[in-house]
Design a protein around this ligand. Structure first.
Ligand SMILES: [Zn+2]
Length: 453
């Protein structure tokens, strides 16, 4: 048993209770008790007591759209490259050239960043090749995850990047079966389609059928994404609905180009939407002008947050995503009441859990849920004065104040120290692997300013 006592505890329970002097008792992988420090009573002596004075405890964030394999080449896409050339000229050569070792180290780096910034669960974007190697790496880090293989079925089959529809569905079927229950249920896989107009009707129907068969969700990862027809999925949402593939287990990412009818349809079908604010802004998707995420939330749609990729948003710090989401739509509508910090925190926790079908397991600190929780150091400038903890969290804090992280009851970050893997080895190795991969893809990136060695 681990007892965290005398902390500020934001529970995210149904009543959204915040305890000024609270405690959390963890037994194995589950939360046993949460409440006022005086009311939390361990049945026996805890194995460990964490002093929570000057600490805030929060459920771990859920990042619902991440490309693990782009962290190895993070930042390679220069601002001069036109958005509609990203895929053809840069991302496809990089993905085509990636090795299992590069994918595994890229995943380790991405997981380290997520843990150190308070994220405990993520959903991959469906762009992995060697999922077995990545699953090993993710299991090693201790994170909770939904993984997915590179899944599209364009013409010109080469057996790796481009597969025939039946083959890509078979590979997904086998993958989902092979990862079911992995790491005590912490890791699994879904059919996750790339989107971008590269998936046939048969593949989309097939992915939905696979999700039904395995009792998982499924996702279309880049939908209604960009004004450029080259990077937008052109299938209208009502066509999806006619195919019978919209439902509570459907997760659609980006969703910038939706109309009022679409919002009503998404709400009726209880589709889960993922908003990627940093990638949306950096890739000029038109969030200020077109983003309807406040309206989706008002219609009761579950909208969670995605960090996207090492070349889309370039970081996975959920607090930085939350900060943007809290601000973008206030300015766009000239209304400070839009997207209050409480709503944004729900997107990063409760809605994230719901998007992955894990609403009964994670997303809040309640007895019976898994112990996925994060402590923040309050004795840093951005947390003081602590008048309203949610206000400080969303408007002032960054992931740098994360001190301790528990996932499934296991301490994976212990007062600033990663316990599950050799962090320094990852940083050293990634420098070498990054340069090797970029060279193998015949790409070149040069800083604009002279870098003197
Ligand atoms: Zn993406």
């Amino acid at each position: 048993m681990i007892l965290i006592e005398h902390a500020v505890v934001i529970t995210m329970d149904a009543e959204r209770r915040i305890y000024r002097d609270g405690s959390v008792l963890v037994d194995g992988r589950d939360i046993l008790q949460v409440g006022r420090a005086d009311d939390v009573r361990p049945p026996g002596p805890p194995d460990r007591v964490i002093d929570g004075r000057n600490r805030l405890v929060l459920p771990g964030f859920v990042n619902t759209h991440v490309h693990l394999s782009e962290h190895v080449n993070r930042g390679v896409l220069a601002d001069e490259i036109p958005v509609d050339r990203y895929m053809a000229d840069w991302l496809l050569p990089l993905y085509s050239a990636i090795t299992p070792e590069e994918e595994a180290y890229s995943a380790r780096l991405a997981c380290l960043e997520m843990i150190r910034t308070g994220t405990t669960t993520f959903c991959e974007a469906g762009t992995l090749f060697d999922v077995a190697a990545v699953a090993d790496a993710v299991e090693e880090t201790g994170m909770r995850a939904v993984l997915g293989r590179w899944t599209w079925d364009p013409a010109g089959h080469d057996g790796r990047m481009n597969m025939a529809t039946d083959d890509v569905l078979r590979v997904n079927d086998e993958l989902i079966a092979s990862l079911k229950g992995r790491a005590g249920g912490r890791i699994g896989a879904w059919p996750l389609l790339i989107g971008f107009g590269t998936c046939s009707e048969a593949l989309i129907r097939g992915a939905h059928a696979l999700a039904e068969k395995h009792g998982t969700g499924w996702g279309m990862m880049h939908f209604a994404s960009h004004p450029s027809r080259k990077t937008a999925d052109t299938i209208p949402l009502d066509t999806f609905d006619e195919w019978g593939v919209l439902g509570p287990r459907t997760k659609l990412t980006h969703m910038v180009y939706v109309g009022g009818d679409d919002i009503v349809r998404l709400a009726r079908r209880r589709v889960k939407v993922v908003h990627c604010p940093t990638a949306g802004l950096k890739h000029t998707k038109g969030l200020f002008e077109r983003g309807k995420f406040p309206e989706m939330l008002r219609h009761g749609i579950s909208v969670s947050l995605g960090g996207d990729s090492g070349n889309g948003s370039n970081h996975f710090d959920m607090l930085r995503l939350m900060h943007l989401v809290a601000l973008i739509y206030k300015d766009a509508r000239l209304d400070t009441r839009i997207m209050p910090p409480e709503t944004v925190l729900e997107m990063a926790t409760i809605h994230g859990a719901a998007a992955l079908g894990l609403e009964d397991t994670i997303g809040s600190l309640e007895p019976g849920k898994r112990a996925d929780l994060v402590t923040y150091d309050l004795d840093v400038p951005e947390w003081r004065p602590l008048l309203d903890p949610v206000n400080n969290l969303v408007y002032a804090a960054t992931g740098a104040s994360v001190r301790t992280v528990l996932i499934d009851g296991r301490v994976v970050l212990d007062d600033g120290r990663i316990t599950t893997l050799d962090e320094t080895d990852v940083y050293r190795r990634i420098e070498t692997l990054s340069r090797q991969q970029i060279a193998r893809a015949h790409l070149h990136m040069a800083p604009r300013w002279p870098v003197v060695s």
